[in-house]
Design a protein around this ligand. Sequence first.
Ligand SMILES: Cc1ncc(COP(=O)(O)O)c(C=O)c1O
Length: 343
Amino acid sequence: MTWLPRLPPRLPLGTLPTPLVDAPRLRAELGCGPLRIKRDDLAGFGIAGNKTRPLEYLLGDAQAHGVDVLVTGGGPDSNFVAAAAMAARVAGIACELVVWGGASRGRPAPGPTPNLALAEAAGARLVPLGDDRRERVDVVVAERAAELRAAGRRPLAVPRGGSTPVGAAGFARAAAEVLDQCVRLDGAFPATVVLPLGSGGSTAGLLVGLAAAGADTTVLAVSVSRPPEEITPKVLDLGRACAAALGTAPPREDRLEVVDHRGPGFGRASAADRDAAATVLRTEGLLLDDTYGAKAFAVALARLRAGPVHEERPGPVVLWHTGGVASALTHLGETVPATTGAP
Ligand SMILES: Cc1ncc(COP(=O)(O)O)c(C=O)c1O
């Protein structure tokens, strides 16, 4: 990686780079300029999507430090928990997952979602929180890691979404990947990258990779779970810590736009979000989930329909398809907005 000479140890999990594809039918429907879709739904590790990327560095780091158990967590429909369980398997270490959601017969409600079933099948131990206070997950993860340490184990505690400076390196690398692809395909860096924003690691890492390359690209981050005034400083702090660890330039605050698109709530898509997802499925055959993809694409499509986005710069607009296939299939065909899990 030319722009990132000091990346931490990496456990390869995904089939990278993911494709950067043209979207001619969507482009024609919107009547917009150069448009590309980054297919992290095809990241090639289970159904982990974008979460493959932080896990490559988190598990690489865990192996380098002799960790024997990964402790992390998320919601009942979290893509990250399933992906973490599988990644721990590949690294040859145990995995414990703290899962929020009301308990039902010893399991986190609303029963074994595909992601939790996958995590269990991959051998992870689930620790149900028994309530819906998502913010408690990271606290209980740290407590459980302390218990394991006291018992002689060598745990690594990772907060929800894998959003640590090490985890964010995954998306710093992704930035280098997409810049390379855009230069080859379009002869220019992207003008704008649009992606969903949950726990923040993906956006933070992306900003770090873009700054390291000196790219003028704007990141339009669509916040799905927290108000911008709460999540933006977290993203920038995380980006600064990641950049410091990688020895690169800090993220450019002036190139980050965070849009509040929580809409009806976390995991609940509005009719307009569902409409955007239906347009993308009908034109390009891509499946988007209610929690992340439908919301990010809804914002992007509305902008692109309204006129050129950052036309002063020559490159394409890149829409990042981050995955979310498990919940997309679970809620496909529902007409009532669905409630799904957290990052
Ligand atoms: C499919 C999908 N897209 C986007 C995100 C958001 O990424 P981040 O938590 O790094 O902001 C997640 C988080 O779990 C996800 O599963």
